[in-house]
Design a protein around this ligand. Structure first.
Ligand code: AHR
Length: 502
């Protein structure tokens, strides 16, 4: 029997709700159709924003949403997306060479902030630093955040419909500046970052600035960026709030077709997020002695070959999401919870009609993917205190190509709020049930008050417009209590336990 020890007195920190964040980009079908259907559409909408999406998102507490890209942000001129819609220019989208789509700019700053307010999320803007001057980034901040009746830009915002400032706190300085965002070296990016961050912060010292960090485990970028950054701390330190990391799990098999080895290979890639965080935080600790800078994993998810999504290739990067992708989400979110003393934000890429999506839409059709249920099941962790868990489980041997590898036998995280413990457990076994003993350490007795199980007969299962309920969670109230109790975890499943601690 496998064992999970939940060491109640051993706390790691508070789980920032922003770990349960999202990402939307002007790419393929994400904004147009996914979010924005237009005010005159027959599709039920709130001020042009898809109503189904708003209602379902609200239920999972989407703490923060990053926009407008991604790569798109690095050729975005925010002025194109404000003012009367019919006067907004049509521009060439960053992704044009891949899908030939132009950018109508129907959805801009006001629309995105409205969307965030409708779903109860904080907006997180990724600013263009590769193709507009720093003053224009500062102007965008001023346009968004200055009170009406002060500057000309604040007045322009009022004229465009918003007397209330938008109060955008989170600003990313660039996107993937090692690649699509200007192909900088870490040193050159650091110089640009300091220039833009200083310019922008002269407007408001309290903005939460996020620097562009590494691609996956590229610790060399991190080391070189911080090595350069340390010089700036001599006189006027450019203090910043977060350092971003992007990590996508490349495919094993494809989105829909995979054998047991490929199942394990993808979960193994997901579990590599642990190493990525550990490696980067080690380097950051050398330079950020006060441990003030957090990690923002502001793009994560699976990246399969495209064409498997309901649009069958019409929407760039759109891919179908099976139970395997749901387990990737479960493992990744458990890792973030367990590193909540360093990870301050994470944004799954991308919300709708894209990579690792929670939703698919096509005109009036709309469906939730298994990933949605994972965010729903895990939402109780938001704002909780991570409790240390120790897992005793047999590793699972598998083959990745011709290499022998081993995957952990169980993955979990636990958090506590008042007297309620939230425990989320992933059983990664493709076909094996896992008999597990849960041991509550250092507290009184526990009583399970609710269990939710996400599992499907076939781990290849997914939801689409014609069969929207192939994967859906089951809730029950098992009679489990005491200082320890046994639990059966079905194969290829995610379990949520809510436990009342006496
Ligand atoms: O999420 C799709 C793309 O992946 C983003 O635009 C970019 O930042 C990353 O490479």
């Amino acid at each position: 029997m496998e064992k999970i020890y939940v060491v109640i007195p051993d706390r790691i920190g508070t789980i920032n709700p922003n770990i349960y964040g999202h990402f939307v980009e002007h790419l393929g079908g994400v904004i147009y159709d996914g979010i924005w259907v237009g005010e005159d559409s027959n599709i039920p909408n709130i001020n042009g924003i898809r109503k189904d999406l708003v209602e379902l998102l609200r239920k999972i507490n989407p703490s923060v949403i990053r926009w407008p890209g991604g790569c798109f942000s690095e050729t975005y001129n925010w002025r194109d997306g404000i003012g009367p819609r019919e006067k907004r220019p049509k521009t060439v989208n960053w992704w044009y060479t891949l899908d030939g789509r132009l950018e109508p700019n129907e959805f801009g700053t006001h629309d995105f902030v409205k969307f965030c307010r409708l779903v109860g999320a904080e907006p997180y803007f990724a600013a263009n630093i590769a193709s507009i001057p720093p003053l224009e980034v500062r102007n965008w901040v001023e346009y968004c955040n200055f009170p009406s009746g002060t500057t000309t830009l604040a007045e322009l915002r009022r004229e465009n419909g918003s007397t209330e400032p938008f109060g955008v706190k989170y600003w990313g300085i660039g996107n993937e500046n090692w690649g699509g965002g200007g192909s900088f070296t870490p040193e050159d990016y650091c110089t640009e970052f300091r220039r833009v961050a200083t310019t922008v912060k002269s407007l408001d010292r309290d903005l939460r600035i996020i620097a562009c960090g590494a691609n996956g485990d590229d610790t060399e970028w991190t080391r070189r960026f911080f090595e350069k950054w340390k010089d700036s701390t001599i006189n006027d330190p450019v203090r910043f709030f977060g350092y971003s990391v992007h990590y996508y799990c490349g495919t094993a098999g494809n989105a829909l077709e995979f054998d047991s080895n490929q199942w394990y290979e993808l979960l193994y890639k997901a579990s590599y997020m642990e190493d990525i965080i550990v490696k980067h935080r080690k380097i950051m600790d050398i330079y950020d002695l006060e441990r003030k800078i957090g990690i923002a994993v502001d793009e994560w998810g699976c990246w399969h070959p495209e064409g498997s999504g309901p649009s069958k290739g019409k929407n760039l990067f759109e891919q179908q999401c099976t139970m395997r992708d749901a387990l990737v989400a479960g493992i990744t979110l458990n890792i973030f919870n367990n590193h909540c003393d360093k990870v301050i934000m994470a944004n799954v890429a991308q919300m709708v009609n894209c990579l690792h999506s929670l939703f698919f839409s096509d005109g009036e059709k709309f469906v939730v993917t298994p990933n949605y249920f994972v965010f729903d099941m895990y939402k109780g962790h938001q704002g909780g205190n991570t409790v240390k868990t120790i897992v005793e489980a047999e590793e699972i041997p598998f083959k990745a190509g011709d290499k022998e590898k081993r995957l952990f036998g169980l993955n979990c995280s636990a958090s506590i709020k008042d007297k309620k413990l939230t425990l989320t457990i992933v059983n990664p076994h493709f076909t094996d049930t896992c008999e597990t003993q849960i041991v509550l350490f250092g507290a009184g007795e526990g009583k399970v008050t609710r269990r939710i199980l996400l599992q499907a007969e076939d781990p290849h299962a997914f939801n689409d417009f014609d069969s929207p309920n192939m994967v859906k969670p089951k809730e029950d109230y098992p009679d489990l209590s005491g200082k320890d109790f046994a639990l059966t975890l079905p194969p290829a499943s995610i379990t949520l336990l809510e436990i009342e601690i006496s």
